[in-house]
Write a new protein. Structure first.
Length: 409
């Protein structure tokens, strides 16, 4: 084989130059591609739109660049059902070749794609609670910066018993995984603190009328409701219409800040526990609220704040990895190693199973200046998904379900 001398010298010069100035990794050169699984149709769409707002607000504030890497966002509507979620996840992975999946919203959606996420080694940061995926059946590629379904309700059970002094409570929720896990968390802590759940009432997801379920409330001095999406607005109005005056408590979706402009005075006095609160006073939350107002003229709530913070976690991991996303297990390790002193929801870190440890705020809905707002009553710091229980003993008990803990009253 004959080699042209001039071309040979040019080639050796190029090689020497490459050694002095190495090319960036493939992951860095390609940029970062993020897929968002959210809900834009059906009874959970209210939260789904907020999820997208939270993600895009953070990315726009960074000029669509995280840790020096340009970001492309691909948004997929799951339709709020397991089959649709799996289809959209497959498209994001196999067609769009994303580096991360953010979402989905609902526990049953995350359960539907959990095996697929593992098989494809896809770093996923979900909003969905789905307790067991960071507990008894941990997903090695899942990180959660929001909360498990039961995490805020553990706090609510403690507050309802110890501060409010409630003794007997009726629980109402939607007949799906998120509802079971919420009420299971509330019931276990409430009863361990001396209270008693006298009845659990399940309504179909998307129920048009809660009156038949409200009519079953009796023998209690309080009500715990965990409805999600736009359902809490409908429930509270119908609850007031039948003339009930029992105090109402709930979790992060029951009195979400973003829903407050749609509630009437019937919501005044509702107590709710949430990983985010609009009245948190720190620079990160002030910036978040201002950006949400600028981009969407919107009052932010749990869904938007959780996803806003989730992108902040992605940014921190990218910085630690220097943009190298070639090893998914290493990417997940970096995500779970993130510890942030200040976010829109306060300081956060992750446990060894990938679930967030952070503050939970107990708030009361009040009317100020003619508008409803949540006012924090108590902050529980560094709340784990295991509450104050011993982790091994907690994991040895059955998972929260429709029938566990059982109603013993």
């Amino acid at each position: 084989m004959r080699v042209n001398r001039r071309k040979f010298l040019a080639g050796t010069a190029a090689i020497a130059g490459a050694a002095a100035f190495p090319m960036p990794s493939i992951a860095q050169a390609k940029g970062v591609k993020i897929g968002l699984l959210t809900v834009k149709t059906g009874p959970l769409a209210e939260g789904g739109f907020q999820m997208e707002q939270g993600v895009t607000t953070y990315l726009k504030s960074k000029n669509m660049s995280l840790a020096g890497h340009k970001v492309e966002l691909v948004v997929a509507d799951t339709g709020g059902n397991p089959a649709g979620t799996k289809t959209k996840a497959q498209e994001l992975v196999e067609r769009d070749h994303v580096n991360f999946i953010l979402g989905p919203l609902a526990a049953f959606e995350m359960l539907a794609i959990s095996d697929y996420v593992v098989q494809n080694k896809m770093p996923t940061l979900c909003l969905a609670g789905a307790d067991n995926l960071t507990q008894r059946q941990p997903n090695a590629f899942l990180t959660r910066a929001s909360a498990t379904s039961s995490q805020a309700m553990h706090v609510m059970g403690d507050y309802a018993a110890k501060v409010m002094g409630l003794k007997k409570v009726v629980c109402l929720d939607s007949d799906f995984a998120f509802g079971y896990e919420q009420q299971g968390g509330f019931q276990q802590v409430f009863e361990d603190d001396g209270g008693k759940v006298v009845k659990k009432i399940w309504a179909p997801l998307g129920a048009p009328d809660f009156t038949p379920f409200i009519a079953q409330i009796q023998g209690a001095d309080g009500v715990c409701q965990g409805y999600a999406g736009a359902a809490p607005v409908k429930f509270m109005k119908q609850y007031a219409d039948v003339g009930l005056k029992l105090p109402v408590v709930g979790g992060e979706t029951a009195g979400d800040d973003a829903l407050l402009p749609r509630f009437g005075d019937e919501a005044i006095g509702m107590i709710n526990a949430c990983p985010y609160t609009i009245d948190l006073k720190n620079d990160a939350n002030d910036k978040f609220k201002a950006l949400m107002q600028k981009e969407y003229q919107a009052v932010p709530g749990f869904y938007a704040a959780s996803m806003y913070v989730t992108v902040q976690v992605v940014e921190a991991a990218l910085r630690a990895l220097h943009g190298d996303l070639s090893k998914p297990a290493q990417t997940v390790k970096a995500l779970r190693a993130v510890s942030l002193k200040e976010t829109a929801r306060g300081p956060i870190r992750f446990d060894h199973l990938g679930n967030v440890v952070g503050d939970i705020f107990v708030r009361k809905i009040v009317k100020e200046g003619g508008k409803l707002t949540n006012v924090t009553q108590k902050t529980y710091h560094n709340v784990s998904q295991f509450w104050t229980y011993n982790e091994a003993k907690y994991l040895a008990q059955p998972a929260y379900s429709r029938d566990y803990p059982p109603v013993k009253a």
